[in-house]
Ligand binder design. Sequence first.
Ligand code: AHM
Ligand code: MG
Length: 335
Amino acid sequence: MSFKNKTLGEFINENQHAFKYTTGELSSLINSIRLAAKVVNHEVNQAGLVDITGAAGDTNIQGEDQQKLDVYANDIFIRTLINRNIVCGITSEEEDDFIVVNSQDENHQNKYVVLIDPLDGSSNIDVNVSVGTIFSVYRRITPIGTPVTMDDFLQEGRHQVAAGYVIYGTSTMLVYTTGHGVNGFTLNPAIGTFYLSHPDMEFPEDGNIYSVNEGNYLEFPEGIKKYIKYCQKLEEDRPYTSRYIGSLASDFHRNMIKGGIYMYPKSTKNPKGKLRLLYECNPMAFIAEQAKGKASDGYTRILDIKPTELHQRVPFICGSKNMVEKAEEFMKEFS
Ligand code: AHM
Ligand code: MG
């Protein structure tokens, strides 16, 4: 990456015209997420200092309560989106219910809703492993001028107009799509600017990485067990390897670059799967399809599932097209 690379701000401006509703609202929205991501990144990078500066739940030197990072990230994203007056509603993995946002004139004129998992994989923070933010954007379906309703949030994933993730890792990256391919931007922390580092990202059609929490193996459906055994069987076309971070954005990101499959099937412990359809699976599925990959619950395309509740969980299989199709074959035959 050099200073010849485009910045995220330049990229957003240049690609605004490619979006069918060209009011600039979606660009402002992505810009707000970019800003909030930088603020959260700064805080996540301080996490290792917690023993020195005080743990979450403690009171800091100014007498303010220190927040847990996931609560902090939630506040930052929600406040940034509300303050910039560009969305009509927000729902978050950290909130029980959706938030109705009034535009400045209190007239509910904005068109977009944002669904967000502000700090996914947050149990990894204590051990200095990457965490992420995952976001998803839809156009409201209820009339402009009225408050948003649950229907605006419970849209099938195929109606997303944008989705993306941020990884707070060895480098901080923002990867997103507005339905015209997937592009990745890396933060230069010295100057606080994201640069286009990964243009036109695509999953290789095939891969050799499978990512799953094998601690739950005995509880998995038969089709998944058989697929895992298939991955482990050493044959000429299958020198597979297992990689699992336990932080969805990072596992997905690695698999998109190298070729692989991520699975969070249902199990006795999580009878519907663990991951949330609205905050985790739909945005990742949209990005995966835009990057020529696939995402399914084992039988059905994730983006075609009609959500019935905000915090709904679904089994999730996502990654290189041929690998996901193979896992689906095993599900059809054995589960
Ligand atoms: P969270 O939303 O509570 O952080 O859980 C989601 C995370 C994903 O990032 C990750 O892929 C998965 O949970 C790991 O779960 P497990 O520890 O059960 O393997
Ligand atoms: Mg999560």
